[in-house]
Write a protein that binds this ligand. Structure first.
Ligand SMILES: C[S@@+](CC[C@H](N)C(=O)[O-])C[C@H]1O[C@@H](n2cnc3c(N)ncnc32)[C@H](O)[C@@H]1O
Length: 279
């Protein structure tokens, strides 16, 4: 256990392992989809001349996308296997590039966050609710955003009792081999069949769900997303208004907000850190 984390590593989902498997399907199309998702939500065509912080970089795909869009990139993740994934992508696409730095670190480590410096764009998508201490993570990420800069966060939507049930399922998945096997055996077919039923009822070709997932979901892969969702623990969802109020109190304004398609999944927030008035 890392003293700053609160949750033993043995009880956490092995995100890096899932990202390692995802790397085998990363191709030009996925990279372009990731770039498009960044540009669309940020409302920017390029990140040239900007400093981009990828908090909990996972596979490293969004660091790569930001680097391709011209930003100077700093990636970090708590899971050493995720760090290796970003390093692999860097080796593949930007070997020896001094403008893309990658390291292991935790967003819960205040000293680490303060020493990173400040960034024009901080990207923390699907990360802070997995730290074990969401509100501390939100407060720590704030110190890395420059005045006038943008914070793009994705945080799981709190659905009360539904979220409480998912929390139990995720905890079971992460409890060991037996829990993982049971959850996988029950939920993979359930995810598959529920998608099939929805598609048939809407007279849609069920194969499109798999083909179009990457374009509609930031270059991601549906099966890797199932696993990430099923196992993703720690899990601490939040109501959107709580997140918005939290950042408004820190001097941010909400520029954009997007709800998840079916209620569960990430609420996406684009927040601008206002410049303080000169006294
Ligand atoms: C669901 S993945 C999201 C990855 C990436 N941001 C994306 O959008 O695809 C969550 C990532 O957060 C990382 N993470 C969890 N706790 C963290 C912490 N305290 N500090 C930094 N990263 C953390 C995990 O290791 C994992 O790679």
């Amino acid at each position: 256990m890392n003293g700053r984390e609160g949750i033993p590593n043995a009880d956490r989902f092995a995100f890096g392992k899932n990202w390692r498997s995802f790397l085998s399907v990363v191709d030009e199309e996925r990279i372009r989809d990731a770039q498009t998702s960044l540009c669309d939500f940020l409302g920017l065509e390029s990140l040239a001349g900007m400093r981009f912080l990828d908090v909990g970089s996972g596979s490293g795909l969004f660091s790569l996308a930001a680097r391709r869009l011209g930003a100077e990139v700093h990636s970090f993740d708590y899971d050493p296997e995720s760090v290796k994934c970003a390093e692999d992508l860097k080796r593949r696409y930007f070997p020896d590039d001094p403008d893309w730095r990658i390291e292991q670190g935790s967003v819960l480590d205040r000293d680490f966050m303060e020493n990173l410096g400040q960034f024009d764009v901080c990207y923390a998508w699907g990360v802070l609710h997995h730290t074990g201490s969401l509100w501390q993570a939100l407060s720590n990420v704030h110190v890395a955003v420059v005045e006038g800069g943008l914070l793009f966060v994705g945080i799981y939507n709190d659905q009360d009792v539904v979220s409480a049930i998912w929390e139990r399922i995720k905890r079971t998945y992460c409890s060991g081999e037996l829990g993982r096997t049971i959850c996988t055996a029950v939920f993979y077919p359930a995810f598959f069949l529920s998608g099939l039923v929805i598609d048939v009822l809407h007279l849609r070709n069920p194969a499109r769900r798999y083909k179009e997932h990457k374009r509609r979901h930031r270059g991601m892969s549906l099966v890797h997303d199932w696993k990430d969702w099923l196992g993703g623990y720690p899990y601490e969802p939040a109501r959107p208004q709580r997140v918005i109020s939290f950042f408004e109190n820190l001097g941010y304004t909400l520029s954009k907000f997007k709800r998840p398609e079916y209620g569960f999944g990430n609420n996406e927030f684009l927040l601008k850190k206002e410049k303080r008035e000169a006294r």
